[in-house]
Design a protein around this ligand. Structure first.
Ligand code: MN
Length: 733
């Protein structure tokens, strides 16, 4: 903290050109930044950046980095990276000021006053939240990420500043204690490097990986880099030879190209060894080349030329020009069998594609008139938009961060819509992910799918090139079980959102019925409770709305009796001794949705004597009177609800029966025919695998009520082979 800094100074700081600035040891850095700015900014813009430098220098004056350097050297380095990307004045100002809010006494308003709202927003976006007391480190970290990612969704420059910041911190991590170093390195590898990748900032992505690896696994890094160095001489010879052959061959096809060998990164080698179970020499013996040509047609021509030079390895060709990666990357990839049988990897691309491949989103500022960038901008925007949706659906920062990590995972599959549009989905996605990627409404209403014209279950994992068609139904709803297999953050967020609002609706409806049941006990009627009484109750309870109260009752968070007593006014009266009258049971029809559930242990059907229990957060669960499962719950007071079946409704209920029959051919067919004749559906059939005199058959049927079931069981009993028949309460899982 620099206590010496006087914020009142912020109102009238002098503008000093950068090159005239005093701190001697920073002169060289400043000069370099100035020179870079001069290549693309106007003099008055450079002066504003200079003013921001002065402001930051004063704010940080007296602070030192762990290395002993003056603190200002850090924001200065960040600004230089931003200048390399040709970012605008506001981003440069924010880059210079990015640490003042966190580390000095300067407030956001002061920055806004001096340098404008936009720059202040950018600084705020990269600043951490104040640490809340009793908060764990992980929680604080998750909260901070969430804040930053939200700011980045509003303005992508926020993350570019943060990445420049992280890059410089990673380059100067040396003097920090090892434990903290490893923590920062892991965070970089798990979050910042993938974000750089997602935004197409490839060279930064590789550098962040390299630096993280170096700090996380110092031993491995040292061993590998030593091995790479000693192999280099031998490699150089092979690389030179291949390079020569390619350069000779291309002109024969009238191709004008820039050809270069690619150096392997230590982390890349390490990862390939681990993921593909290759030895060091196997990885190192793959030679990489990059060929840059003038247009797309020449890319394909070059591919042909290479395949005529060396034989291609079948199945290794990838066309990222026709189908770009999600981060906008485009190239042709092929693997050839080079001299001495060594694999040769080639990437072929145009100059524009190369810009995007190296600097991704930043190429928007760097190369202002490139077509590919528009497309990339759109994609980035869409991704950021999906982050915002994710944010509104998951309440918890840690959970949100987990979703983002999944989203950043680079594996993707490419599938087609019926109209031939290409969609990129995370690897492992199902047609539910696909449906939500097309449109939220399609996702919410999907019931089945056709993959390559064949009807398939919704959860089928999609493969590259699949053509997917979603079948919807007007009244279909998302199924909670989808959450167990969807991969994309959008699908997950939308399903959760739907289930939550649906549960609230249903719980409120149930809560209203529970309250209506409880009120007469206190001498009231639901219809008699006026707006005034509700308002009084809301003020007393501090709840947001009448609906929130009803929802809480339905969810079992509030006892209906307590609300009823208060609402009817009997709680206030000194007499307060209204005789509780017997309550009318709540009528259940079994299709209330998630608010009312028929217990799995006893599967009640209409006609069974039933009882309900409200459990916190679960809503009302209905059991049969004789269910063995509820015996354990008897001790719980106050949560029991008198329930009964609503007469006459068409719904079918699942019920399980067990039949013991003589083991004769045709017995299964006879039983099935009898069930069908009784107007029931058979959901499941099982047969005990014994070859004795008797066998048991298990059926899961659908019936309207107990009478219906009794009629069917009577019919089955008349079959001569049937010895015994009984209803099964404990359903097999
Ligand atoms: Mn910083």
């Amino acid at each position: 903290m620099s206590a010496a800094f006087d914020p009142s100074f912020a109102e009238e700081p002098p503008i000093i050109p950068l090159d005239m600035h005093p701190p001697v040891d920073l002169a060289e850095d400043l000069e370099r930044l100035n020179a870079k700015l001069a290549t693309y900014l106007k003099p008055e813009e450079i002066a504003t950046v200079g003013a921001a430098f002065d402001y930051a220098e004063l704010a940080h004056r007296g602070q030192l980095r762990s290395s002993g350097d003056p603190y200002i050297s850090h924001p200065l380095a960040v600004a230089e990276t931003l200048a390399d990307w040709h970012l605008d004045t506001q981003a440069l100002i924010a880059g210079l000021l990015h640490d003042v809010m966190e580390d000095t006494a300067v407030a956001k308003e002061q920055i806004a006053q001096r340098f404008g709202k936009v720059a202040a927003e950018l600084v705020d976006g990269v600043s951490k939240l104040g640490r809340i007391e009793h908060q764990s480190y992980e929680q604080a970290q998750a909260d901070n990420f969430r804040k930053m990612l939200m700011a980045m969704a509003r303005d992508v420059r926020v993350i570019l500043i943060k990445l420049a910041d992280r890059w410089h911190n990673m380059r100067t991590l040396g003097p920090i204690r090892p434990e903290k170093r490893r923590r920062i390195a892991r965070e970089t590898l798990e979050i910042y490097a993938p974000i750089a990748n997602r935004l197409g900032l490839n060279s930064l992505y590789r550098e962040l990986q390299e630096l993280s690896f170096q700090y996380m696994q110092p031993m491995r890094y040292r061993v590998l880099s030593k091995a790479v160095k000693s192999a280099r001489g031998n490699r150089r010879e092979v690389v030179g030879k291949i390079l020569e052959s390619i350069k000779r061959r291309l002109p024969e096809f009238s191709i004008d190209a820039e050809v270069m060998g690619r150096e392997k990164h230590i982390y890349g080698i390490y990862r390939k060894m681990r993921e593909k179970h290759l030895s060091f020499s196997q990885v190192l013996d793959i030679y990489g080349f990059r060929i840059i040509v003038k247009d797309i047609a020449t890319c394909y021509l070059t591919l042909g030329a290479l395949h005529s030079l060396y034989k291609p390895v079948p199945g290794k060709f990838k066309d990222y020009i026709a189908i770009p990666k999600a981060n906008g990357y485009q190239s042709l990839h092929t693997t050839l069998i080079g001299p001495y049988g060594t694999p040769v990897e080639a990437q072929i691309r145009t100059r524009d594609m190369h810009h995007v491949a190296e600097s991704g989103v930043a190429s928007h500022w760097l190369y202002k008139n490139v077509h590919a960038i528009d497309e990339l901008q759109k994609k980035t925007h869409k991704w950021l938009q999906s982050l915002l949706e994710l944010q509104s659906a998951s309440g918890d920062s840690a959970e949100f961060l987990e979703h983002v990590k999944v989203d950043l995972f680079p594996g993707e599959v490419y599938v087609f819509t019926p109209k031939g549009k290409i969609l990129a989905l995370p690897r492992g996605s199902s047609s539910v992910d696909f449906a939500y990627a097309v449109h939220t409404d399609i996702g919410n209403r999907c019931i089945a799918c056709r993959i390559n014209s064949e009807l398939m279950p919704l959860r089928t994992e999609l493969r590259n090139g699949d053509r997917v068609e979603i079948i919807t139904a007007a009244h279909a709803n998302p199924n909670p079980s989808w959450l167990s297999y969807v991969r994309s953050s959008k699908a997950r967020a939308q399903i959760r959102h739907f289930l939550k609002s649906q549960q609230n609706e249903e719980s409120a409806a149930l809560g209203e019925r529970l309250l209506g049941q409880a009120l007469p006990g206190f001498g009231g009627q639901l219809s008699e409770i006026g707006a005034l009484a509700w308002e009084r109750f809301l003020r007393w309870s501090g709840a947001k709305s009448k609906k929130a109260i009803l929802t809480d009752i339905g969810l079992g968070k509030l006892l209906p009796a307590i609300v009823a007593r208060r609402l009817s006014g009997s709680g206030d009266s000194a007499a307060g001794t209204v005789e509780p009258k017997p309550q009318n049971p709540i009528l259940i029809h079994g299709s209330e949705g998630v608010a009312v559930q028929l217990a799995k242990c006893c599967s009640p059907i209409p006609g069974d004597p039933i009882i309900g229990i409200i459990r916190k957060g679960q809503g009302l669960v209905v059991h049969t009177h004789d269910c063995s499962g509820i015996a354990k719950l008897r001790g719980e007071r106050g949560n029991w609800v008198d329930v009964d079946w609503e007469p006459g409704q068409g719904r079918m209920f699942d019920v399980a029966i067990r039949i013991v029959a003589r083991n004769r051919p045709g017995v299964l067919a006879k039983v099935s025919a009898e069930i069908a004749a009784g107007n029931s559906n058979i959901l499941d059939v099982g047969m005990d695998d014994d070859h004795g005199l008797y066998t048991s058959l298990h059926f899961t049927l659908q019936v309207t009520d107990r009478i219906h079931l009794a009629r069917i069981m009577r019919g089955i009993r008349r079959i001569p082979e049937v010895e015994r028949i009984s209803r099964v309460h404990e359903r097999k899982e």
